[in-house]
Ligand binder design. Structure first.
Ligand code: D61
Ligand code: MG
Length: 410
């Protein structure tokens, strides 16, 4: 969809998009001088589209610790995700990775593109890591050790049951939540949140990713690694690949709805976790990815496109979420609206319809009983072209001025 059509379609997204562009440019200039910190922040932006911006809006002390926490775990995940590494090489590296981050001479080349650069220059990340306060180093090492051990366990084991699914998501994302809660506490900006709420923050994000990335993951070369639990998909197909084929789309969508309904179980824990946060920057760092997740689940629910191509929230809507998320009433507003959207798509013939309705209504009740509900008016889909004449005229005017300024040779 062209930029102009997008603006006419959603003029309310133009300003947030411009602000997002300007923020990215401003952050570009904020790169620290020292080589190891310059490398770390440059890599952060390259290997994490979604987290770079929210990490860089944090205060200086936490920003450095969380930037390194991210890069250390992304490096560990690069070893896990590289399906060309033989198991007998991969497993020991995953289990001892927590020791390697202290050793600037340790090197293991793997991954592709920016992930390979991260691995080849990991010693710069270790230099930065060793400059962090001990309390931060200890939290990062503890989580890296547990995540590496968990990843190693599932290299040798498939995700069969829903319990396996929750256990795997705990190792690769729930532990990130526990680690972040420890870093927030070590910074004395927040009380220490409970492990179960911190874990739910991670499971909600990871399960959304696993659901959304079905096609990307199943087409992974040389070998695909799938995390959809057999206990769920085996109710709808004999092989997980079957969902790729047109003739199985009805069953595929039923399985998709089953997994979305399972992920919605974590939403209320996430709302409780976020409502306890006191620091605005930490709040936004935690809330923005969560709103993206409930928005993505609403987009995925009952959507056969998941099995055809990549399904993502529009950049304009992402920009609005980033700029309009300031407090819990914004979060309740977004969770309420996206749950209502799922509710509006529930088809009574879907085998999980009543459970899905029960889960979304529970989320809506929590949002309403907060007394802070403030509707946001987020529109996921391309709404019929709204002729907001005045606004369109203004936009056209602005564009022509922009065009004029760009084309006139001074
Ligand atoms: C509050 C704020 C952010 C939170 C949170 C609570 C709780 C958990 C998380 C972020 C982690 C959410 C992970 C969801 C995305 N999934 C992945 O990145 C998978 O890799 C997991 C292993 C490495 C985790 C790296 C990570 C991610 C986000 C962080 C962080 C570390 C540290 C600090 C802040 C945020 C996925 O990777 C996809 C890919 O390779 O691109 C996979 O391999 O399954
Ligand atoms: Mg991984």
């Amino acid at each position: 969809m062209g930029l102009v059509a997008m603006i006419l379609e959603h003029p309310e997204e133009l300003y947030p998009l411009v602000k997002l562009k300007m923020a990215a440019a401003r952050i570009e200039k904020q790169i620290p001088a020292e080589e190891h910190w310059a490398f770390s922040y440059t890599m952060l932006r390259k290997v994490s589209r979604s987290f770079a911006l929210v990490i860089q809006q944090l205060g200086p002390e936490l920003r450095n610790a969380i930037c390194i926490f991210y890069l250390v775990l992304r490096a560990l995940d690069t070893v896990e995700d590289d399906t060309s590494i033989p198991t007998e090489i991969k497993v020991p590296i995953l289990e001892s990775f927590h020791r390697h981050i202290y050793d600037r001479d340790w090197h293991f080349s793997c991954g592709t593109k920016d992930y390979k650069v991260l691995m080849d220059k990991l010693h710069l990340v270790s230099t930065a890591f060793l400059e962090l306060e001990t309390s931060y180093q200890e939290a990062i090492e503890e989580i890296t050790k547990k995540m590496g051990a968990g990843m190693a366990k599932f290299i040798l084991k498939e995700v069969e049951t829903v319990d396996d699914y929750d256990e795997y998501c705990h190792y690769v994302a729930g532990l990130v939540g526990l680690g972040l809660s420890k870093l927030f506490y070590a910074s004395r900006l927040e009380e220490l949140a409970s492990d179960s709420l911190s874990n739910s923050m991670g499971l909600f994000l990871q399960k959304t990713n696993i659901i959304r990335d079905y096609l990307e993951d199943i087409n992974e070369i040389p070998k695909s690694r799938m995390f959809w639990p057999r206990e769920i998909w085996n109710k709808y197909a004999n092989k997980l690949e079957d969902f790729k084929y047109e003739e199985n789309s009805a069953k595929a969508v039923q399985c998709l709805n089953d997994l979305v309904t399972n992920a919605l179980m974590h939403a209320e824990d996430c709302l409780q976790y976020m409502s306890a946060l006191k620091d605005l920057a930490i709040f936004r760092f935690c809330a923005i990815p969560q709103i993206m997740a409930i928005g993505t689940l609403a987009l995925c629910y009952n959507n056969v496109e998941i099995f055809r191509g990549v399904v993502k929230m529009r950049r304009g809507l992402v920009a609005r979420v980033i700029y309009q998320t300031k407090n819990m009433s914004d979060v309740y507003g977004a969770f309420y609206e996206f749950s209502s959207l799922i509710k509006s798509k529930v088809d009574a013939s879907d085998p999980n319809a009543s459970l899905t309705l029960k889960r979304v209504e529970a989320i809506q009740r929590t949002c309403m009983s907060s007394g802070l509900l403030n509707r946001r008016g987020y529109h996921l889909y391309e709404s019929k072209l709204r002729y907001n004449s005045v606004l369109i005229m203004v936009v056209l005017l602005l564009l022509s001025i922009l065009f004029a300024t760009l084309t006139i040779k001074w």
